[in-house]
Design a protein around this ligand. Sequence first.
Ligand code: FAD
Length: 318
Amino acid sequence: MKVTEHIKNANGKALFSFEILPPLKGQNIQCIFNTIEPLMEFNPPFIDVTYHREEYEYKEVRDGLLEKKVVRKRPGTVGICSAIQNKFQVDAVPHILCGGFTKEDTENFLIDLDFLGIDNVVALRGDAVKSEMYFKPEKNGHKYASELVSQINDLNNGIYLDEDLENSHRTNFSVGVAAYPEKHMEAPNFETDLNFLKHKIDCGADYIVTQMFFDNSKFFDFVERCRTAGITVPIIPGLKPLATKNQLNLIPHRFHVDLPDDLVIETIKAKDNAAVKQLGIEWCINQSKKLIAAGFPVVHYYSMSKSDSIKAIAQEVF
Ligand code: FAD
């Protein structure tokens, strides 16, 4: 079932969902099941699975001579989604990127998903390759998520890259897109970012999932600006519980979001990471309850493939 249908069928009852990462290469599917199993009692209608593109590593071969190697550390998104749907009878939502994909690769990826009975995707641009400063699309790939959304929408209308195909099967994907309540890091200003978000919806996206935020007032402001701009699709807030002191600096650096003063002060005062984890859980419970009270249809958690904090939150909220 589509994410948007789950929201509709819930009739105003808030839904619980979460995101997992494929395991590092060399591990098996059981570690994914071990993350999901403790969370199943909260009836997630869908589970997101991230996609991780290739990275470049430089290995010394001899006398300082470096060899560039292309590695994918977390493959398996499609297989994991199919395994989740089979084992738990829950909709899996693979993330799909522009980065590293030609249009042809994208089409074939989507055909695989369609044949596996996966009818939800989150369409993203992806970040620059780690060793590069700027995002570079593949030759004959997409530069922005909006272009990817259009290609998915075309496939939903039976329009494939090969124009000679006739009476082609129409896929039935529901498409989510990303948004940033505190602005995407590359956007020159908030207004521009909002216009491009609106463009993604106009290209056919059905709902929005946000970047993590720690201050609900920023999210509420963002939603209001979206509605004023004419964005009417569901907006799903994304939350991540703080777990370590290091994240005070890591999260702003990696995700370009601010942490509120109160949370920072309490985290600094915490005697160890166990205390930070407890603080992160309580902060996230408070955020979740206020989001649900404000009528948001789903609260989506970034689990980083660890279930204990998310379980503690869900026990209090759902
Ligand atoms: P876009 O919507 O394409 O926007 C990228 C930038 O370009 C923005 O600054 C935007 O304002 C600007 N822009 C958009 N359109 C235009 C235009 N036509 N002209 C000029 N500028 C434009 N990354 C992964 O690698 N794997 C994942 O699984 C993953 N999952 C994510 C899930 C969520 C919910 C979120 C919030 C992010 C996720 N990311 C993931 C990270 C994401 O790929 C990066 O944040 C990326 O930098 C932007 O992706 P986007 O889809 O928002 O890009």
